[in-house]
Write a protein that binds this ligand. Structure first.
Ligand code: S3P
Length: 170
């Protein structure tokens, strides 16, 4: 299987879509490594994403994120899950379309909300009305996600294994 993967498969989409869970399973099926850009950033900074946002600000995080993704795209083909905001940058999108295959994991607002509401790990959702913030981000971002090479439906009734399998088929 490994020999068949020529480019890194990049999982894009909103927070809560299941990029990391599905990406990890997809990597297992394809027999390649799974990498998560948020986890790479956290390890390098020895801080959580929330701490980086609070300490250094979002712009700093976005630059770090773009650099980490560029570096990962330049190494052995793998499955790479990127933070929900990464694919909004035109330069990152261009690099991903040149060196990888992008998969938009698409889920509806209710599914995303149910998955993210109990976690305190998304600094962008620390607002007075996080559900409305999530809806706004989704509306703003979908035109960018729609530029991905593939779209996979990540509705909640599908298991992680089913969604990973559908991604292989796509
Ligand atoms: C973000 C999504 C997060 C993380 C950061 C910003 C976003 O990653 O990168 O909190 O802008 O949507 P996940 O999509 O993995 O939750």
């Amino acid at each position: 299987m490994t020999a068949r993967l020529k480019k890194t498969v990049v999982m894009v989409g909103m927070m809560g879509a299941g990029k990391s869970a599905v990406g990890r399973e997809l990597a297992r099926i394809l027999g390649v490594d799974f990498v998560d850009s948020d986890a790479e950033i956290e390890t390098a900074a020895n801080a959580t994403i929330s701490e980086i946002f609070a300490r250094d600000g979002e712009a700093f995080f976005r630059d770090k994120e773009a650099r980490v993704i560029a570096r990962l795209l330049g190494s052995t083909p793998s499955v790479l899950s990127v933070g929900g905001g990464a694919f909004l940058r035109a330069d990152t999108r261009a690099l991903i379309s040149e060196l990888g295959v992008s998969v938009w994991l698409k889920a509806d607002l209710e599914t995303l909300w149910q998955r993210v509401r109990r976690k305190d790990s998304r600094p962008l959702l620390r607002t007075a009305n996080p559900r409305a913030t999530l809806a706004g981000l989704m509306a703003e971002r979908e035109p960018s996600y729609a530029q991905a090479d593939l779209m996979v439906d990540a509705r909640p009734e599908y298991t992680i294994e089913d969604t990973a399998q559908k991604t292989v088929e796509a």
